[in-house]
Design a protein around this ligand. Structure first.
Ligand SMILES: *Cc1c(COP(=O)(O)O)cnc(C)c1O
Length: 438
């Protein structure tokens, strides 16, 4: 079983209370406050190693952590120390990696509307690869590389026409997406670069077919399309592209209903498909990238909350409100994402009831978990919501003018802050009162 097939961090233990990374979760709340994001370092390092190990039979691969799932300096340090590179999508993610001392050649810069200053920064600091998404990207990069007299190496992002939720392969190769070049536009993109921008070196092709994927079929179709396009374009334009980026998207287990595949099994299917396609086309030495985000970081993360108000609607739902919610985890409100939790200080309680865990924010939709069977709750109990490592902190907001919560890293019974909780002064630090209002 790989880490992405688990709901809880691998170090989760039940002692007197729920323990993660050897740390008592109630002690963590006492020490660092509530709510609190907790990242289990061993779980994170384990999934990084599982990815590297699963693809070790492929001679030339770089696993890029898709930073947007959770981008902080310490997380970048950990994943790069395990041999991963970083897939980044903004000047902010590049800056975070730069300041953390991550070698810039380990970065791949993605995004459908990269800003001119972001591309300039990326060229100046020497980001390793650019995934060129559209004609605007090409023209901006062309201009920047000319003015700086500097080469860049790019992959062209294509939309291969795979709908990964239905695994429907749209025969025309046309998919209504804001990302990447439609298969009917890719030749025009290549021609533009070759005719106008000699400092853009086209190294290969990139695609990303979706997220929270449970089935390998989409990756197989994607690999076939990428190889056939690479061969076709190389031949037509006399190029020697030799790199493929298959993107990310592997699913995780938020609840018992989720059945993500083992990383090893996916790797084997992808490598076999690629090797068959390479043999058919007499291709050799193709460099491969993959970009998992969610499946790297999700399971390592949990969020601890403290119970406050409890409301029993007469003949209706029992709402248990916690001190966080949609501002620290927008996923349930945004797309009905489901989570499970434990009561950290009542792990051995038998007396249970069905409750709904509500957030503290002023939206009826701010419900973290609907109808879950839990030990009977009281104010002051601590709830641990699992699998919150990905797309929680990275999508957090200050809604209702509430301070963003902090994050600690746990390992071997040790805990360290990796993101400080915001203060009230942080909240007003960007405010300005024009003189005439005083
Ligand atoms: C979001 C994204 C990823 C990561 O997706 P996950 O589902 O988190 O694995 C990888 N590549 C690209 C281009 C993305 O946009």
């Amino acid at each position: 079983m790989s880490v992405n097939q688990r709901i809880k961090p691998i170090t989760t233990e039940i002692k007197e209370n729920l323990t993660i990374g050897g740390c008592d979760t109630l002690e963590l709340v006492k020490k660092y406050g509530s709510p609190l994001y907790v990242i289990d370092e061993l779980t994170l390092r384990t999934i990084c190693r599982e990815y590297i190990d699963a693809f070790k039979n492929y001679p030339n691969i770089t696993v890029l952590y898709a930073s947007k799932a959770l981008a902080t300096s310490a997380i970048f340090k950990i994943v790069t120390s395990e041999g991963l590179g970083l897939d980044v999508v903004s000047g902010g993610e590049i800056y975070t990696a730069y300041k953390a001392g991550i070698p810039m050649d380990k970065l791949m810069f993605n995004g459908n509307n990269k800003q001119e200053w972001e591309l300039e920064t990326a060229v100046d600091v020497g980001v390793g690869r650019f995934s060129v998404d559209n004609f605007n990207d090409i023209n901006l990069l062309g201009k920047i590389t000319e003015s700086r007299n500097k080469m860049v190496e790019v992959l062209l992002r294509i939309t291969p026409g795979i709908d990964c939720h239905t695994h429907e392969y749209i025969q025309t190769g046309h998919l209504d997406s804001k990302f990447g070049f439609d298969l009917t536009q890719i030749d025009e993109a290549v021609s533009l670069i070759l005719s106008k921008y000699p400092k853009i070196s086209i190294r290969g092709l990139h695609a990303h077919i979706g997220s929270q994927i449970f089935d390998s079929a989409g990756y197989v179709d994607e690999a076939k399309i990428l190889v056939s396009e690479l061969v076709r374009i190389n031949k037509k334009y006399n190029l020697s592209m030799d790199e493929l980026n298959l993107g990310g998207g592997l699913g995780v287990k938020y609840t018992e209903n989720d059945t993500p595949p083992d990383v090893k099994d996916i790797a084997e299917i992808v490598i076999n498909t690629l090797n068959q396609e390479f043999d058919k086309n007499k291709l050799k030495d193709i460099k491969l990238y993959i970009e998992p985000g969610r499946s790297i970081i999700s399971t390592s993360g949990v969020t601890l909350y403290t119970v406050g108000a409890i409301k029993q609607v007469p003949k209706g739902t029992k709402y248990v409100s916690v001190d966080g919610g949609m501002a620290d985890n927008p996923r349930p409100a945004m797309y009905q994402a489901e989570y499970v939790c434990d009561v950290a200080n009542k792990m051995n309680f038998e007396d249970k009831e069905i409750v709904t865990i509500a957030g503290r924010y002023c939206e009826s939709g701010d419900i973290l978990i609907k109808d879950i069977l839990l030990p009977k709750l009281q104010a002051g109990d601590v709830i641990c919501v699992y699998n919150t490592g990905a797309y929680n902190y990275s999508m957090a907001s200050n809604y209702n003018r509430v301070q963003k919560i902090g994050m600690v890293l746990v390992n071997n019974s040790q805990s360290d802050i990796i993101v400080y909780r915001e203060t009230l002064d942080d909240l007003i630090s960007h405010d300005n009162i024009p003189d005439r209002l005083n």
